[in-house]
Design a protein around this ligand. Sequence first.
Ligand code: NAD
Length: 497
Amino acid sequence: MNAPRTTGTLYIDGAWTPAGAGRTREIRCPADGSLVAEVSEAAPADTERAIAAARRAFDAGPWRETTGPDRGELLHRVADLLTERKEDFALAESRDTGKRLVESRIDMDDCIACFRWFAKLAGVDAGRVVDAGSADVLSRVVHEPVGVCALIAPWNYPLLQAVWKVAPCLAAGNTFVLKPSELTPHTAMLLMEVLTDAGVPAGVANLVLGAGPEAGGPLSTHPDVDLVSFTGGLATGRTIAANAAATVKKVALELGGKNPNVIFADADFDAAVDNALNGAFVHSGQVCSAGARLVVEESVHDRFVDELVRRAERIRLGGPFDEAAETGPLISAAHRDKVTAYVEQAVADGAVVRCGGRWGTGELEAGFYYLPTVLDGVRRGTPAVAEEAFGPVVTVETFRDEDEAVEIANDTVYGLAGAVWTQDAGKAQRVANRLRHGTIWINDYHPYLPQAEWGGYGQSGFGRELGHAGLAEYQETKHIYQNLRPAVTGWFGGTDD
Ligand code: NAD
C-alpha cells in the first residue's frame, strides 16, 4: 500500500482548520489494515462553527446573488476539475474503502456525470406564471434555495453519495455542511479543494469530519440548519428524523434496502445468473440496492442455484490494486462481525450454506474479507432475509406463480430497489408495476441514471435524489401574488368615523 497521506482537517468558511480540541482519528485501509492517514475529528463545537459559516454565507454572502445559469457554469467547472483529477480521487477512494481501483474510477465518472446533470438543470426552470383569472393580477410561483443544508453521507460510495447531495444543493443556491463517514473522509476533502478552485465562495461549502453522534449531532438539531439530507442506515435515519422534528427541518432520508431479484423460469438463464452475481456481490454486497434476496421460480431453482454457486465460488477477492481481484474487503472488522452473525443466525434457523459462509484466508487475512455466500432454504423471517446484512450474502427463496413472486418480493419493511427477469414483456411490466420499490430493473441489475429519480418506498426512506426531484429537494416554492390595480375592498364597511 502507498505511503500515508498528510493529516487532513476540517474545511470551514474557506479555510482548512484542525478540530478545536486537536483530536484526530486514524484512517486504515480495510484491504490490509495499513495506515492511510490521520485526520481531524470534530466535536459538536466544530460543527457549530461550520453551521455558522454556512448561515452567514447564505444570509449575507455573494452566493445569494448568483443566478441559476451562473451556478450551472460553476458546476460544469467542478466537473472539468474532477475530470482532470480523477485518478487522485479514485486512489483516495480505494485507499479509504478498499474497493478496486477500477470501481473507484467508475464512481468518479458517475460523480462527474452527476455534476453535469445538475449543471444543466440549474436555472432551466425559473418557476411559472399562474393564470389568476384576472388581468389585474400577476401570480408567479418561484423556486428559491432552502438555506443551510446538512449533508450526511455513508462509507460505501463515499464521494458519489455526497455528490448526489452537493451538486443539486449548489445548483439550487444553498450553502452546506458536508459530513462524510468517519471511515472514508478523503474524497470529501479533495472535493472541497475542487469546489474552491472552481470558484465556490468561502462559507458556501463546509466540511466536518468525525463520528456520527458527536461531529454529526448538531447537523440535525441546530436551529440554523434548514434541511438535512441523510444517506445511511435505518437506525441512524430514525434518529436524525426524530432530532430534526424539534425544529421542523426539511428531511430527506436515503436508507437501506433488502432488494428482491425475481427470476422467472422463462428468463434468459445465462444473463440472469450473471446479473444475479453482480447484483449480490459487486463491492462485496455493500450496496444499498444489492440484490441480496433471490426470489426464484421453483421449476428453475436447482439449475439456477447450482450455476450461481459454481460461479460465486470462483470470484477472486483482493485489494484495490490487485488487478486480478474481482471484489474487495468489507469496510471494517466490526462490519465483518455483523455479516458473520447474520449468516450464523440463518444457519441456526435452518439455512443451507451453499458456498462461502466464512472469512478469507491466507493473504486475505490481513484485511476484512468475507467470501461470497449463497444461503439456500432460508426461512422468510430470519434476520438474513428480513434485514440488511450489507455484505456478500444472497438468500434464496422460491415461488410458484406470479402472485406469489410479487407477494414475496414485497414482503419487506424496505422498498429501495428490485429486479424482474423474464422474456415475457407483459409479465415483466405487470410485476414491475406491482413491486413496491423505488427502482425496478427488468432484465438487468444495478444501472441507474442521473436523469432518473432514485429513492425508497417504506422504510428505505423518503425524498428523491437525482432526476428533477433531486433538485426540487433543495428548493422552497414561493407564490408571489401581485395586485396590479390596488383598490379598497370595502370588506369591513365604511372608512368614515
Ligand atoms: P450509518 O447510518 O452508520 O452512517 C451514515 C452517516 O451518518 C455517517 O456519516 C455517520 O457518521 C453519520 N451518523 C451516524 N450517526 C449520526 C447522528 N446521530 N447524527 C448525524 N450523523 C450521524 O450508515 P453507514 O454504515 O455509513 O452506511 C451504510 C448504510 O447506508 C446502509 O444501510 C446502506 O443501505 C445505506 N445506503 C443507502 C443508500 C441509498 O441510496 N438509499 C446509498 C448508500 C448507502
